[in-house]
Design a protein around this ligand. Structure first.
Ligand SMILES: Cc1ncc(COP(=O)(O)O)c(C=O)c1O
Length: 395
């Protein structure tokens, strides 16, 4: 029997140690009492029953000691990737990290040396840059270009011409945050060929793998370009799809024996293992009931996407970019003719909305804001009317 989930149901998150709501005022000066947090990639929906039942059963055992269960979790990951994405990863090639930010940092430290360059396609998830810089490596930005349809594209010719020879790794985001792209097989094949040609390790961060919109199919890199497997590191997680980032669990799949040996060694040195809650939640999520919830979630998010993008496109000076995936709307404010400080004043003070600021995402993001639409439709509608009011003088 199909269960119908109610994504319109508001849940109280204020005062629950919730980054998105409880840190909004300290970070942006927008109070939670009346503000709308549209920044960090975290959704405001109640967790599905399948997760609640698994967590309750964990609590009922009253036993939080050392645990077994990581192999079952890896089997669940393999099942999900096979049934949802047509990729059959070998559970013996998987490692667990404390989330994917952690996995990115370990990849950088394991596969590159201080002073090496790591390539990223900007604008991109801001933590890529932070992790590279914090490890004393050098960020090499390859700016994405916007085509006639407003879609972001990689410019591998320009990147190839700009190489210094110090590049060791390429950190790829697929689907792309914040550009909202679902990369085609052809694009991924071209990227894989580029990495092979220039002897680069390809780290493919696919944390947004499930959050695609109708008509779009996310193809994991090992399916799109099996020829790159020996130099590929795959990052996946159930945490973005099921909003379980608090359980800090990421899966790193390394098909090539050499890179796998090096990654495994690095994890042992750090004594990193999976955690109990992350395993319980991932096993519960990666199930037929979890799949049913995700199908309904993406339909709901699609409604949010149409409502938000259609309305924002009507506000003079604002240009929402097409969204093929993620719940992160990327909006260009260039045509307002305003300084970013004035745009932020209007968005934060007048509209009482806290989006992510585009320049954090690197070159090309300077005049953009990223709006998280993973919330109730009612709140999306309020955000729309507040933005309309805040920029109404541009009519
Ligand atoms: C592309 C990408 N990678 C990694 C992360 C962070 O993952 P985690 O919470 O597992 O550290 C995010 C979070 O939004 C993300 O968008």
């Amino acid at each position: 029997m199909t269960v119908l989930y109610n994504f319109d149901k508001p849940i109280e998150r204020v005062g629950t140690n919730c980054t998105k709501w409880d840190l909004m005022e300290p970070a942006f000066g927008v109070p939670a009492s009346d503000g709308i947090p549209m920044w960090v990639a975290d959704m405001d929906f109640e967790a599905p029953d399948v997760l609640q039942e698994a967590t309750k059963s964990l609590i009922e055992k009253a036993n939080y000691g050392y645990f077994t269960g990581e192999p079952e979790m890896k089997d669940a990951v393999a099942w999900w990737m096979e049934t949802r994405h047509g990729w059959s990863p070998d559970p013996r090639h998987m490692f667990s990290t404390a989330g994917l930010g952690n996995a990115i940092a370990i990849c950088i430290q394991t596969f590159t040396d201080p002073g090496d360059e790591v390539i990223i396609f900007t604008p991109v998830y801001h933590e890529f840059t932070k992790k590279i810089v914090n490890a004393d490596r050098v960020v090499k930005e390859s700016p994405l270009v916007i085509d006639a349809d407003g879609l972001y594209r990689m410019d591998l010719d320009a990147l190839g011409k700009s190489l210094s020879g110090k590049e060791k790794m390429l950190l790829f985001c697929s689907p792309h945050n914040p550009a909202g792209r679902v990369w085609t097989v052809e694009e991924q094949k071209a990227l894989a060929a580029f990495c092979i040609r220039h002897d680069l390790i390809l780290v493919s961060d696919e944390i947004h793998h499930d959050l695609t919109f109708p008509g779009q199919t996310h193809v994991p890199m090992p399916v799109a370009a099996p020829e790159v497997a020996e130099r590929l590191v795959m990052l996946t997680s159930s945490s973005k799809t099921f909003n379980t980032a608090g359980s800090r669990l990421g899966t790193v799949t390394v098909p090539g024996a050499d890179l796998r040996q090096r990654f495994g060694h690095a994890l042992k040195a750090l004594n990193l293992q999976a955690n109990l809650l992350g395993c319980v939640l991932t096993c519960a999520a990666y199930s037929p009931r979890g799949a049913e919830w995700v199908d309904q979630l993406t339909r709901y998010l699609d409604g949010n996407r149409s409502a938000f993008l259609d309305a924002v496109a009507q506000i003079p000076g604002l240009r929402p970019m097409p969204m093929q995936a993620t719940y992160l709307a990327w909006v260009d404010f260039t045509n307002t003719g305003m300084e970013m400080s004035e745009i932020l004043r209007r968005v934060r003070n007048d509209a009482r909305i806290a989006p992510s600021v585009g320049d954090e995402f690197g070159s090309g993001g300077e005049m953009f804001l990223r709006f998280n639409i993973g919330t109730t439709r009612a709140r999306i509608n309020t955000a729309i009317s507040r933005l309309q009011d805040a920029f109404s003088d541009l009519q």
